[in-house]
Design a protein around this ligand. Structure first.
Ligand SMILES: NC(=O)c1ccc[n+]([C@@H]2O[C@H](COP(=O)([O-])OP(=O)(O)OC[C@H]3O[C@@H](n4cnc5c(N)ncnc54)[C@H](O)[C@@H]3O)[C@@H](O)[C@H]2O)c1
Length: 310
């Protein structure tokens, strides 16, 4: 019999890519998505889709009462900057949703819970690869909600729910929402480049991040399904490499055949100067080995943006 997985957020960038891989691997996927930032057209064929809010308990009465082998909780408001517009909404959509899903997991005797955590839980850190065990000091309402979700997961451990938070760094690749100019560094810059041949960057070119390609992220989620040693853990998922904004822009504009102008001015609420991942724990626990070099990943994304997106 096919195994059933509940994936929240299958209309979004990461949730759709995970759902697609699960279906291709032979799983049956049910998804909840409120289509706030996702699009129905992104939902892979074969997903049993229910439109609704994860923070609204009524949705859990609507979805099928199957034996779920795992829940991948991916849905969420995913921008630190946007979390400053309405912190209460951010708390509901990120933290309260996690609480409801954990209650649902408990009710349905689903013992595996895998969460899309974030590097935004760390806050300002020294210029060295960040490890999972450092003190968490989030700088945005978004980061605070994600920390709260990790604590909720821990509180459900005594009830037999084995959770893992994959703390994602800057995920990019085909399928990323290019219409939202406040979410996703690569997609924001690439959208501006294609639209205006001009990129306006809020903040300095010396800031640095860890850009990890979507297929590598999906590999990590799939590996997590089978990894008992990841139970109860938070695990960094990045490339393990430091890339400055200036380097990213250079790689991106070098791939694009037209002339692009670049302007640096202003700043973004809650933005940190720099962060990149120590991925040794992911390598140890998930056998994680990110394969996609930034140039190749950007090239794939640019191809998709130019040819397949419309
Ligand atoms: N993209 C990244 O670089 C990144 C980095 C770290 C963490 N994450 C986390 O990964 C997850 C997915 O991010 P993404 O980049 O795919 O974003 P996305 O906006 O493309 O996808 C999020 C999906 O969740 C849905 N959604 C949002 N709130 C919901 C709610 N309350 N109930 C039901 N559906 C809801 C949206 O409609 C959308 O389809 C988020 O939880 C985000 O915090 C993303």
């Amino acid at each position: 019999m096919k195994k059933n997985i509940l994936v929240t957020g299958a209309a979004g960038f990461i949730g759709s890519a995970i759902s697609k891989r699960l279906i291709a691997t032979g799983y049956s996927v049910v998804s909840i998505d409120n289509l706030s930032t996702g699009e129905q057209g992104n939902i892979p064929e074969g997903v049993e889709f229910y439109q609704g809010d994860c923070q609204n308990h009524k949705i859990y009465e609507t979805i099928p009462k199957k034996k779920y082998d795992a829940i991948f909780h991916i849905a969420g408001q995913s921008s630190g900057e946007i979390s400053f517009d309405d912190p209460s909404y951010d708390l509901r959509t990120n933290a309260e949703s996690t609480l409801h899903l954990l209650k649902f997991a408990h009710k349905m005797n689903c013992t595996r819970f895998i969460y899309a955590g974030t590097m935004s839980v760390y806050g300002k850190k020294p210029d060295e690869p960040v490890k999972e065990n450092v003190q968490l000091k989030p700088q945005s309402f978004y980061g605070v909600g994600k920390v709260a979700s990790e604590h909720y997961m821990r509180l459900f451990e005594p009830y037999g729910i084995k959770s893992t938070s994959l703390r994602l760094f800057n995920v990019y690749g085909p399928g990323q929402n290019m219409g939202n100019l406040r979410q996703g560094m690569v997609s924001i810059f690439m959208a501006q480049m294609l639209e205006n041949h001009h990129i306006h960057i809020k903040g300095s070119k010396d800031r640095y991040r860890d850009f990890v390609y979507i297929d590598d992220v999906v590999d990590a989620f799939m590996a997590c399904l089978d990894s008992k040693s990841s139970y109860g853990q938070a695990i960094n998922i990045g490339s393990g490499k430091k890339t400055t904004v200036g380097e990213l822009i250079k790689k991106m504009t070098d791939l694009y055949p037209k002339q692009v102008t670049v302007e640096y001015s202003g700043s973004t609420s809650g933005d940190i100067h720099g962060i990149y991942a120590d991925i040794s724990y992911a390598t140890q626990v998930l056998n994680f080995n990110p394969k996609t070099e930034l140039e190749h990943g950007l090239n794939q994304m640019l191809d998709w943006a130019l040819n397949e997106r419309n």
